[in-house]
Write a protein of this length. Structure first.
Length: 364
């Protein structure tokens, strides 16, 4: 720990005396607990997505921060959000589901692993009601149990109307602008409130195409610019293709989750995984694919071979992979292998001549 500069220490003491009710001046050397500290992480249900967000083991979406999950319709936004709620409950936390679309089902939530008997479900219609409810939840947590993890999922921001829309005529102009103004005011307040609490706030949002855009990102999200600005992490989901069974029934989707904004680690990283309608994310399968991609195991026909944590050679088929991971020591060994390959490490000797510039994608 470094020796404190006398003038800086005096300034900090003076400011903290001026703001009697709350501490505002800190040193970021670990001697203080600051609002910038990440209090905890909640898993997304995908190990690869967790690593893409936090760039370190045991990560995920940050507690005390705002996360946006956006994508086109049927891209898995609600499902990822449900996984985060399930992981919250596994950590002993409280899961809150604010539904503005009236489309969630009990069977869907239970399939993901949510204990619906202990999940608080709130059905709301307007953005005003959504943010007022979030504020009341935060205030209640302050009064009761500050150390209890709480995750609030708002599904979705695009599905919420405004009070003026409910009371007005269909041809009334200015609705979109009015909604954006309400969200902008609310986000400034809510961001400050949850920053000091053990609360993870998750919004799902609809991805929409801008008309007439020839260059740059042609996609935007509902509700204006406030949520993209205040969110610490923005995840964009893309459907890469359908997964079918032997009878050609569609049973899932191959997904790509790209971290398009990230204050927790390097942005623009992505994670690919299979998502099944009846069970959610196939995290075990994504592990097998990463090990295969990095040549950490060998494949011969339908069989895979790799060395385990004891140096012994294992031979198995893909259908037996989840069973292999029941061995906790082997699972930890595989997790460490994946972390070593996936976590981005910065090269101090990296120079301007080593830079390559990729062409802009369509942003989706």
């Amino acid at each position: 720990m470094s020796v404190k500069d006398e003038l800086a220490s005096a300034l900090a003491d003076n400011l903290n005396k001026q703001f009697k009710d709350t501490k505002v001046a800190y040193f970021l050397d670990g001697s203080d607990t600051t609002p910038t500290d990440i209090k905890d992480f909640v898993s997304t249900g995908s190990t690869l997505l967790n690593l893409a967000i936090s760039n370190k083991p045991n990560g995920g979406v940050a507690v005390g921060r705002i996360t946006e999950i956006n994508g086109l319709e049927s891209s898995g936004k609600s499902l990822i959000g449900a996984h985060i709620l399930a992981e919250t409950q596994r950590k002993g936390g409280v899961a809150v589901y604010i539904d503005t679309e009236t489309s969630v089902s009990r069977e869907f939530l239970e399939a993901i692993g949510i204990d619906v008997g202990n999940m608080l479900y709130i059905h709301l219609e307007t953005v005003e009601d959504v943010f007022e409810s979030i504020e009341k939840i935060v205030v209640k947590i302050r009064e009761s149990d500050r150390d209890r993890l709480v995750t609030i999922l708002v599904d979705s921001l695009a599905g919420a109307t405004t009070r003026s829309e409910l009371e007005g005529d269909f041809d009334k102009e200015g609705w979109a602008t009015g909604k954006a103004i309400i969200i902008s005011k609310a986000m400034r307040k809510i961001t400050q409130m949850i920053g000091r609490q053990k609360i993870a706030l998750i919004f799902t949002n609809q991805l929409r195409q801008k008309l007439g855009v020839m260059f740059g990102d042609p996609w935007t999200t509902s509700g204006g610019k406030a949520l993209p600005f205040h969110a610490s992490t923005r995840i964009r989901l893309k459907n890469l293709g359908q997964i079918k069974d032997k009878k050609t029934n569609t049973i899932g989707m191959k997904m790509r989750a790209q971290v398009i904004k990230n204050r927790l680690g390097p942005p623009m990283r992505h994670a690919d995984f299979n998502l099944y309608f009846e069970s959610g994310i196939d995290d075990d399968g994504s592990w097998l694919q990463v090990l295969k991609d990095h040549k950490l195991l060998k494949q011969g026909g339908a069989w895979y071979t790799m060395k385990n944590h004891n140096g012994e050679e294992l031979k198995f088929q893909s259908k037996d992979w989840s069973e292999q991971l029941q061995d906790t020591e082997f699972k930890e060994y595989c997790y460490n292998l994946i972390c070593d390959k996936v976590i981005l490490k910065y090269d101090k000797n990296f120079g301007i001549d080593d830079v390559t510039v990729a062409e802009e994608s369509d942003g989706q």
